[in-house]
Ligand binder design. Structure first.
Ligand code: AMP
Ligand code: MG
Length: 418
């Protein structure tokens, strides 16, 4: 790659969607978060774990009954029905001193979560028993070990239960709580600068003139950054004029990542690439074969003995949203400390046919519906990349491969969740 080359003299770097995505992923792999912080357990939900969490004891710490029923010796119930003498009852939390030792021909009533008594090797579910005074009739055989969870079978004391780099969700919080973690070490959120460009833009609290529009992209991006675990830094919108645009880009380069919106197309006043090139930008691609979002730009600018990555997103609001998900998110997640993950698509049945053109991979706003295994998807009735109202009603994208011209009703199609 040639440094500092003016974009006008550089052949445009057009990549397939897959190549563009892989290139972003490979650069993201070299990014690390800058700091960690301590969070109260519940506040850590949604953050990225920065420490290894170990089991403070064996899990389970005792032989745990997995069912309500009777603890017994499996050898005693080979002949059915079997009648055993009930020698006690064990509740969850019962002190070890109160737990009887079981002998041949005996059973103990036991509750889920209670410690299985010495001498018992299985629990038969209460549904397969009938009490008869101080005895119980067992109507179904059980295998050795049935319904008893062995000590340490879920985790051994000192074993790794949560790894750094994972996004903390309710299941991870449950694990941390179970090993007594009151606080967790998490990565600090990376700061992501957002620079929208365009002479037509006004702040959202201003009254737009007849040909002006409110700068909604800075806010959709700010929200996407928050959702992805970053701290948005919304810059003032830049006019389509190189001097001020350059000043604002330089300001944005102080953040961990710079996202630009608008000004990356082929128009006379699309100045973003030109100004980035003047700042010695190295461009990795200047277009991807996707729709919406084809003019998307990815590169980096030297800064001290390091560099800052930027993604130039097309300004059409739906293009901005899609290209953030596809190309900016992996960089942000890497800066947030998250373990890299591949983009995966779900599959759903198309509710009505789609006619399209070949050449571009399409990400079309759509609505996923249906129930249970009957996932169905239908394109949102949108009117092109500017239709944010249709986009807000959609909840996913139908992904159409570049070699398909027609998809029929009932076809299984790939879906990217929003
Ligand atoms: P551009 O990518 O700069 O050619 O912008 C394409 C179109 O997207 C513009 O004509 C605007 O209508 C719209 N647009 C650009 N920037 C924004 C923004 N920040 N907020 C809302 N719409 C925008
Ligand atoms: Mg523009």
């Amino acid at each position: 790659m040639i440094w500092g080359m003016a974009v006008s003299s550089e052949p445009s770097l057009v990549l397939s969607f897959e190549d563009a995505r892989h290139l972003v992923e490979s650069h993201a792999a070299g990014l690390r978060p800058s700091a960690t912080e301590t969070a109260d357990l519940l506040d850590s939900c949604g953050h990225i774990l920065a420490e290894s969490v170990l089991a403070d004891r064996d899990f389970p710490p005792f032989r745990r009954a997995a069912r309500d029923g009777y603890a017994l010796r499996s050898a005693d119930v080979k002949q059915l029905p079997a009648t055993l003498k009930v020698v006690g009852e064990i509740k969850a939390g019962a002190p070890l001193a109160q737990i009887p030792t079981l002998h041949a021909g005996e059973a103990v009533a036991i509750m889920t979560g209670a410690p299985a008594p010495e001498g018992a090797d299985a629990v038969v579910m209460v549904e397969y028993t009938s009490p008869q005074g101080d005895r119980v009739q067992i109507k179904q055989a059980v295998e050795f070990g049935a319904n008893i969870v062995a000590t340490g079978s879920e985790a051994k004391q000192g074993g790794l239960v949560l790894s750094p780099g994972m996004r903390l969700d309710h299941a991870a919080i449950s694990v941390a709580a179970s090993v007594g973690k009151v606080h967790l070490e998490v990565y600090a959120r990376p700061q992501v600068a957002v620079l929208s460009t365009g002479d037509e833009l006004v702040d959202i609290d201003a009254e737009p003139g007849p040909t002006q529009i409110r700068n909604s992209n800075s806010y959709s991006l700010g929200a996407q950054i928050q959702e992805a675990g970053g701290e948005p830094m919304l810059l003032q919108a830049a006019p389509d004029e190189p001097k001020r645009l350059r000043e604002l880009i330089i300001e944005g380069l102080q953040s961990d990542l710079l996202l630009l919106a608008g000004g990356v197309s082929m128009g006379k006043y699309d100045l973003v690439e030109q100004v980035l090139a003047e700042l010695q930008a190295e461009f990795f691609f200047t277009s991807a074969r996707i729709q919406p979002g084809k003019p998307v730009v990815f590169g980096r600018i030297p800064r001290g003995n390091n560099h800052r990555y930027f993604v130039g997103l097309p300004g059409n609001p739906v293009s901005t949203m899609v290209t953030f998900e596809l190309f900016a998110r992996p960089l942000l997640e890497a800066l947030a400390g998250q373990t890299p993950r591949k983009l995966t698509f779900l599959h759903a049945k198309l509710k009505s046919g789609i006619k399209t053109k070949t050449g571009l991979r399409r990400f079309l706003p759509a609505t996923l519906s249906g129930e249970f295994e009957g996932a169905e998807v239908e394109l949102a009735p949108w009117h092109g990349s500017g239709d944010i109202a249709a986009m807000a009603l959609a909840n996913c994208y139908v992904v159409i491969p570049p070699d398909r011209e027609y998809l029929a009703e009932g076809d299984w199609v790939a879906v990217l969740m929003r």
